[in-house]
Design a protein around this ligand. Structure first.
Ligand code: ADP
Ligand code: MG
Length: 443
C-alpha cells in the first residue's frame, strides 16, 4: 500500500477540460453545470487514470459528480454489453441510493447505458433480473445485494469499478462485514473508490487496506475545518418539555424554506412530529421502521415542499441533498462529532448558507462540549427570550469545557423520568427482531 496526498495541480476550471464523453458534456451543459467544484477538479482526472483513491471533501461539495462522471465516461468509451455489472456504487441508505440513481439517470440521458437501483423494500425479482441482464452500473444498499448474491449468479465477476459513498459509514461496525463480503465477490482487477466528508481517521484508513490497492489519498478537508457557510448555534434547555416548546417556537419564528429536525431515536422522532403537526406546522417524519412506500412518499413530500419540516433519525444524516434546507435542528445532541458534521451538512450545500441549532439540556452538556472540542469549533450560545429557561450551563468548567463533577444522581433520575411516552402504535413491532436505537443498521 502506498499513500500520498495528492497536491493541487493546474486548476481545471471548466468541465470541457476533462474531455469527457460528449453525451456527458451535453447533459452537464443542459443541467447548468459549468464550473467543476474543487473536488471534481482534483478527483475526475485522477479517477480517469483507473487507480484506487480515497477522496475526502466537505459535505455538499459535489462528490457525487466527482465519482459518477469519470466512471460513466469509462463505461461509455469502452462499451461491453455482456460484462454483467461493470460499476457498483454502495451507499448506507435507500434514500441516498435513490438520489444517486436519479442523478446517474439524468447524466445518462441520450445514451443507451442503463443504471439500476438495488435496495431493500423494492421488487426482488425485478432487481434479480436487473443483475442478470448486464446492467452496466448499479446503485445499491448492501442488504439487498447480499440477498441477491445468495442466488446462483455471479454478477460482479467482471466488475471494473467499486465505489463506496459515505465510505467511513460503510466501513463502520455493522456495515463493514457486508461490504467486505460483497467486495470478495467483485473482480480483483477492479478500481476501488472511497468517498466521504469524514474519511481520514485511522479506523477508515485501516479498513481501506483491506479493500484498495496502492491507493492515493485526495484529502481536501479535515474534520477541524471552519465551516463559515454554516452558522452553528446552541440553545440551552431545562428538559425535553422545554425543548419541545423551543422547537415549536423556532419552527414558527425562524425564516427558512425547509427545516430538518434530527432526533436520536425513531420513537422520539414520531413523538416530536405529532404535536408539531397539531399546532399547524407542515411537518412529517422519516425513520427506518416505516415501510418503503411511506419512506418514498415522505421524501417526495419534503423534496417537493408540500411539507417544509422533516423530523428524522440519522437515516437522513448522510448524503441527502435536498434543495431549500436552510435550518438543521438537533433536538438532541448527536452521539459524536462525526455524526454532528454529517447532520449539519444537510444545510449549507454547494454555495448556499445555513443555520444549525442544537438543543442542549444539562445532561448533554459534556457531550456537546466534547463535540466542540473534537471539531475545534465554538458554537454560538443563543437564548430565546420568549422561552428563557432556568438552565444556564455549568457553573464551573474544566479546561476541556466539560462540567466540573461527574453526572449527578439527580440528573440521572430526571433523565429517567423524562423518557418519552411510548404509544401503542409504536409498540406493535415489539417482539420482532430489535432494531438499533438509532437508524444506523445496514439497509
Ligand atoms: P457531496 O456528496 O459532496 O455532499 P453532492 O454531490 O450531493 O455533494 O452535491 C451537492 C450539490 O451541489 C448538489 O445539489 C449538486 O447538484 C451540486 N453540484 C455538484 N457539482 C456542481 C457544480 N460543478 N456546479 C454547481 N453545482 C454543483
Ligand atoms: Mg455525497
Amino acid at each position: 500500500m502506498t499513500e500520498t496526498i495528492v497536491t493541487p495541480t493546474i486548476p481545471l476550471t471548466n468541465f470541457t477540460n476533462f474531455n469527457l464523453h460528449s453525451a456527458l458534456q451535453e447533459t452537464l451543459i443542459k443541467n447548468g453545470f459549468e464550473t467543476p467544484t474543487l473536488v471534481q477538479q482534483r478527483a475526475i482526472p485522477a479517477i480517469l487514470t483507473r487507480k484506487d483513491f480515497l477522496v475526502s471533501s466537505k459535505t455538499g461539495s459535489g462528490k457525487t459528480l466527482a465519482f459518477l462522471l469519470p466512471t460513466l465516461h469509462h463505461l461509455l468509451i469502452n462499451p461491453n454489453y455482456y460484462a454483467g455489472v461493470r460499476a457498483l456504487v454502495l451507499v448506507p441508505t435507500r434514500e441516498l441510493a435513490q438520489q444517486i440513481f436519479l442523478q446517474c439517470q439524468q447524466l445518462l440521458e441520450g445514451t443507451s447505458l442503463k443504471v439500476g437501483l438495488v435496495t431493500g423494500g423494492e421488487d426482488f425479482k425485478k432487481q434479480q433480473n436487473l443483475l442478470r441482464k448486464n446492467t452496466p452500473i448499479v446503485i445499491a444498499t448492501t442488504g439487498r445485494v447480499l440477498e441477491l448474491l445468495t442466488l446462483d449468479t455471479a454478477p460482479f465477476e467482471n466488475l471494473e469499478t467499486l465505489i463506496l459513498d459515505e465510505a467511513d459509514r460503510m466501513l463502520d461496525m455493522g456495515f463493514s462485514d457486508d461490504v467486505l463480503t460483497i467486495a470478495k465477490q467483485c473482480s480483483e482487477n477492479r478500481q476501488t473508490l472511497l468517498f466521504s466528508a469524514t474519511l481520514t481517521h485511522i479506523g477508515v484508513l485501516k479498513m481501506a487496506d483491506k479493500l484498495l490497492k496502492h491507493y492515493e489519498l485526495i484529502a481536501l478537508n479535515t474534520l477541524r475545518d471552519e465551516l463559515p457557510h454554516i452558522q452553528q448555534q446552541i440553545v440551552l434547555a431545562d428538559d425535553n418539555a422545554h425543548k419541545q416548546q423551543l422547537l415549536a417556537w423556532l419552527l414558527k419564528n425562524e425564516t427558512f424554506e425547509k427545516a430538518l429536525v434530527f432526533s436520536n431515536s425513531r420513537i422520539q422522532a414520531t413523538a416530536l412530529c405529532d404535536p408539531l403537526r397539531a399546532s399547524g406546522v407542515r411537518a412529517t417524519v422519516l425513520h427506518g421502521d416505516m415501510d418503503q412506500k411511506e419512506r418514498q412518499r415522505v421524501m417526495k413530500l419534503f423534496r417537493d415542499g408540500v411539507v417544509n419540516v422533516l423530523v428524522a433519525t440519522d437515516l437522513a444524516a448522510r448524503g441527502l441533498d435536498i434543495k431549500g434546507i436552510q435550518i438543521v435542528i438537533n433536538f438532541e445532541v448527536p452521539r459524536n462529532g462525526i455524526n454532528y458534521l454529517h447532520r449539519i451538512g444537510r444545510t449549507g450545500r454547494s454555495d448556499e448558507t445555513g443555520v444549525t441549532i442544537t438543543l442542549v439540556k444539562h445532561t448533554e452538556w459534556n457531550l456537546m462540549a466534547g463535540i466542540e472540542r473534537f471539531l475545534r469549533q465554538n458554537f454560538i450560545r443563543r437564548t430565546v427570550k420568549e422561552l428563557a429557561g432556568k438552565y444556564q450551563g455549568p457553573k464551573k468548567l474544566k479546561a476541556s469545557g466539560k462540567t466540573v463533577g461527574g453526572k449527578l444522581k439527580v440528573e440521572k433520575k430526571k433523565e429517567k423520568a423524562e423518557k418519552v411516552k411510548v404509544r401503542h402504535r409504536d409498540q406493535k413491532n415489539i417482539g420482532k427482531r430489535r432494531a438499533p436505537s438509532s437508524d444506523f443498521k445496514p439497509e
